[in-house]
Design a protein around this ligand. Sequence first.
Ligand SMILES: Cc1cc2nc3c(=O)[nH]c(=O)nc-3n(C[C@H](O)[C@H](O)[C@H](O)COP(=O)(O)OP(=O)(O)OC[C@H]3O[C@@H](n4cnc5c(N)ncnc54)[C@H](O)[C@@H]3O)c2cc1C
Length: 387
Amino acid sequence: MNRLDRLSLTPVPPEDEALRAPVRAFLAEQLHGLPALRRARSWSGHDAAFSRALAARGWLGLTLPLEHGGAGRSPFARYVLVEELLNAGAPVGAHWIADRQSGPLILKYGTPAQQQRYLPAICRGEAFFCIGMSEPGAGSDLASVRTRAERQADGRWRLNGQKVWTTHAHQSHFMIALVRSSGAPEDRQAGLSQLIVDLSLPGVTVRPITDLSGDQHFCEVFFDDVMLAPEALVGREGQGWAQVTAELAYERSGPERLYSSIVLFDEWLAWVRTPTGRSDAALALAGRIAAQLAPLRALSLAVTARLAAGDSPVVEAALVKDLGTSVEQLIPALIADDLASRPDGCEPPAELLLTLAYISQVAPSFSLRGGTRDILRGMIARGLGLR
Ligand SMILES: Cc1cc2nc3c(=O)[nH]c(=O)nc-3n(C[C@H](O)[C@H](O)[C@H](O)COP(=O)(O)OP(=O)(O)OC[C@H]3O[C@@H](n4cnc5c(N)ncnc54)[C@H](O)[C@@H]3O)c2cc1C
């Protein structure tokens, strides 16, 4: 049996759609004059002041319960908000991980004390989180994680090891780290746990890595005898594998897997609407790209409907992420072909060329971050009963 019948097409309910207009008005004011090259960074752009401005409107932790400082809204409301933020190219990186996955994870598995400590701070834009899953030698193969947390006689945890590719670790307050709390790497999924690590503790070293485009958004993080309080454990000891699987469904299920090239597409469309940029081939291409994005958006909303129904749509989210990142990667390639085919003397605007150069450089990472294409296809095959 396959699970595709679980992806039923669902419109955004009117009460959630109503959020779009105020969000648009807010973004028009906040992002006024921000060049496309900056907006194209969107969820890798870090701007704490912007995140706090969103929080002041009640738009961080939108789906978290009111008693924890959230807005108690549905996943559809969050979809509308996130779609508008990404379409506008808002710099959402500061709060992104806390809002998307750390908050929901703490809500699902955290103790009441953890919920009280972290969730209101996330909703106020005062607690930024990063994800400590990948390690040198354990990227896709998370079960081989080596970073080790040893429980001490007094209940505290002694943490040693290294994480890598940790987005925004250098600008975050906390990491939720996947660690080995018992057994050996050969034990695979058994013996893994998740811990909340305060990144200001002694023994934590964070080193930013410069990527191809010159940006520093991901980091290496080293733990040298870091001592954590007993209550650093999220959920149950040894249940880390089941918990990260649920967390990755939050990570893969949002519209951010469709819109990484959208600022470029918009910038190109703006030029195609002018007499210099208009051509028959460009009009056909605009239709081709829109025709790929529209059904993907519908699929992505169908995943949101599963979240709204209280499910953890692991396979469905993998499907949309795989298809979505393919289109995100296709857009810069197709736009580059269009620009290259123009006759001599037809000069595209500099901002369009710069944005194309940036997106072309980072596009290979779209299908790596959040889980590689091969891993997602393995999950889809399992969902279809083929593995
Ligand atoms: C921009 C960016 C941001 C990131 N941010 C974070 C972050 O914040 N936190 C974090 O923890 N990680 C982060 N990552 C890491 C990312 O999730 C890993 O890069 C990814 O999971 C792959 O791991 P790896 O790089 O070690 O590659 P590997 O796992 O070594 O994979 C190499 C290749 O082998 C293939 N492969 C591996 N295993 C299998 C298999 N079983 N079957 C078939 N093919 C396989 C992979 O698909 C890939 O093509 C980020 C990565 C990028 C690019």
